[in-house]
Structure formats: C-alpha cells, structure tokens
Design a protein around this ligand. Structure first.
Ligand SMILES: C[S@@+](CC[C@H](N)C(=O)[O-])C[C@H]1O[C@@H](n2cnc3c(N)ncnc32)[C@H](O)[C@@H]1O
Length: 304
C-alpha cells in the first residue's frame, strides 16, 4: 500500500478508488453507505431501484473484503432491511462474527413495528487470525455524586470498577440529535461509536478505511486514537468539511499510555487490557482517603 494514501480524504467514487488499493492492505474497513431512503444529500441521489442498489452494494462490499488484511475486520452499518441482504453477500466472502444492535430510535415507517435499532455487521477476513480486544463501557453514574445508578442486587462490590464488558447490544451511545453537534449532513454518526469499533479491532498505527466518509466521523475517530485513516466521498463539500475538521484534531485520546474513547469529557470505552494503566489516572476526591470505584472517580486528570 502506498504510504501517500495514509491520512488522506479522497474526493472520488469509492469503487474507483478502492480498485487502486492492493489486496490485504487495510486493518479495518467500515462502511455507512447511503441507505437508499431518498435522504437529501448534497449531491448524491439516494433512490436507486431495489436490485440496482443491492448490485452496487455487492461491489463495494467485495472490495472492502478484498483490501482487508487477514487479521482485519469489516464493519457495515445500516438498517436491518439492507443488512439481511448484505449478510448473504458477506457470508460468501468473509466470516460472520456479530450483528451489533445499536439501540437508536428511527422514524416510524407506517404500519410496522417502530424501528429502534441500527445494525452493524461485524465480519472477519479470517476468524483464527482476527484481531479482537475486549471492550468495557462505563457504568451509569449519578452526575452529581458519582454513585452507580443501577442496583446490581448486592453485587456492587464484585463489579469491575470501570464498567461491564460490552455485549452485541449497545445502548449507551446516542445518535446526534442536536443541530449544534451536527454538520450539514443528513446522517452523521457519533465519533465515539467509531472509536469503540476501532479500539475493539485495531492497534495504534493500524490503517482504517471508510469508503463513505461523509463529514469525517471515522477519520476523526481514527486520528484521535493514533490510527492511520483513508476516507473517500464522492461529494466535494463533505470532503472539504472533513478536511477542515481533521485539521483541528490531534492523536490525543489517551489516559497515560492507554488509548480510550471520551464523550463530553467522560470516558465511555476502554480496552479491558488497559485498565491497569487507566486506573492509576483517576482522581481521588478530597473527602476520601483511597480510591473507591463504587463512587465517582471517572474523571481523569489527563483528559485532552
Ligand atoms: C450515510 S453517509 C455517511 C455518513 C458518515 N458515516 C458520517 O458520519 O458523516 C453516506 C455518504 O456516502 C457518500 N457517497 C455516496 N455514493 C458514493 C460513492 N459512490 N463513493 C463514495 N462516496 C459516496 C455520500 O456523499 C454520503 O456522504
């Protein structure tokens, strides 16, 4: 892989650009494609015929798998309707690991159940070689006093001080609803969603590629976590927004030597193996003598 592609946001058709990349050259690929729901993008028309859409998806899915390394992971985000079709494509060319249900309400769709999750298909190129790190998310705590909110049935003492290991249902990351946090893009994802996927499946300096970068979520997450990124979008306006946002980002999402994911200055995701480093960086409040993780201590002195 040419190093000149690293840390670039490319204004091109993703199929055209991915064709230039060698087989087995990227550590993680993530795609959040247009959902074919007639969304109002700046340039792209989001309303193909059913089969035309799926045929197109098959092309970029197969390209993503081709360029992913044998140790690498492939993630595709969409609504369940399309993911069921994507899975039949992916089952032929990669190995299924998980269907991650990201709990996030969507618009009602007429006479149907209210859709309340997006899915993220998680495939490995090779299940034996696949790189995977166990991930913990933080316990819900009272904002004022720091105490755990959930009643763990008398088992609080034996809990992990930071939080539980994640399952395949993610309820603690919310969609960006407030316009203040949103760019001029109809379906921007939260950065800490991507940070969780990146921490789970890559190491520092690994390469993360997103063929539909939009306004840069995956590239920003990768840069904050010290990974290399390649982002592609067909729309120049989104590419310009992404480049501008990236110019303000630094690879500094760390506590001590451990890469972690923050949201609004709280730690939301850590790797299980990093807890030994991270725990030494928590604040001990004035009124206690030693660290008591049942109470607060989720604010690090070194938050960037
Ligand atoms: C669902 S959005 C991605 C949003 C992104 N995850 C974010 O958080 O900002 C899909 C993007 O794909 C882009 N796109 C559509 N067709 C494309 C193609 N053939 N090649 C590259 N990008 C394309 C659109 O311009 C749009 O920005």
């Amino acid at each position: 892989m040419k190093e000149s592609f690293f840390d670039q946001i490319i204004n091109d058709d993703c199929l055209k650009f991915m064709a230039k990349l060698p087989d087995n050259s990227v550590d993680m690929t993530f795609a959040d494609p247009p959902f074919n729901l007639n969304k109002k993008y700046n340039g792209y028309k989001d309303n193909r015929e059913f089969q035309a859409y799926l045929d197109w998806c098959e092309q970029w899915i197969c390209e993503m798998v081709r360029i992913t390394k044998p140790t690498g992971s492939i993630f595709v985000h969409n609504i369940p309707k399309w993911l069921t079709n994507y899975a039949t494509i992916l089952n032929d060319v990669a190995k299924f690991k998980h269907w991650i249900a990201w709990d996030a309400s969507t618009a009602p769709m007429g006479k149907s159940l209210q859709p309340s999750h997006y899915g993220i298909l998680y495939y490995a190129k090779d299940l034996e070689l696949n790189k995977f790190y166990e991930i913990r998310y933080s316990h819900k705590r009272c904002r004022k006093c720091g105490y755990l909110q959930k009643d763990y049935g008398g088992k609080k003492a034996s809990l992990h001080p930071f939080g539980p290991l994640i399952s395949d249902v993610w309820t603690d990351i919310h969609r960006i609803k407030h316009n203040k946090y949103r760019d001029e893009h109809p379906c921007q994802l939260p950065v800490h969603l991507l940070e969780r996927l990146i921490l789970m499946s890559t190491d520092v300096n690994d390469v993360v590629l997103d063929p539909f970068i939009g306004t840069g979520t995956t590239a920003i997450a990768a840069k904050r976590l010290g990974r290399k990124f390649i982002g592609i979008d067909i729309d120049k306006m989104y590419v310009d927004i992404t480049k501008n946002k990236l110019s303000h980002e630094k690879p500094n999402s760390k506590i001590g030597d451990a890469w972690v994911s923050f949201y609004l200055k709280n730690i939301v995701t850590i790797r299980d193996i990093d807890w030994e480093i991270i725990k030494n960086h928590f604040i001990i409040p004035d009124n206690v003598k030693e660290i008591d993780f049942k109470k607060a201590y989720y604010k690090s002195k070194t938050i960037p």
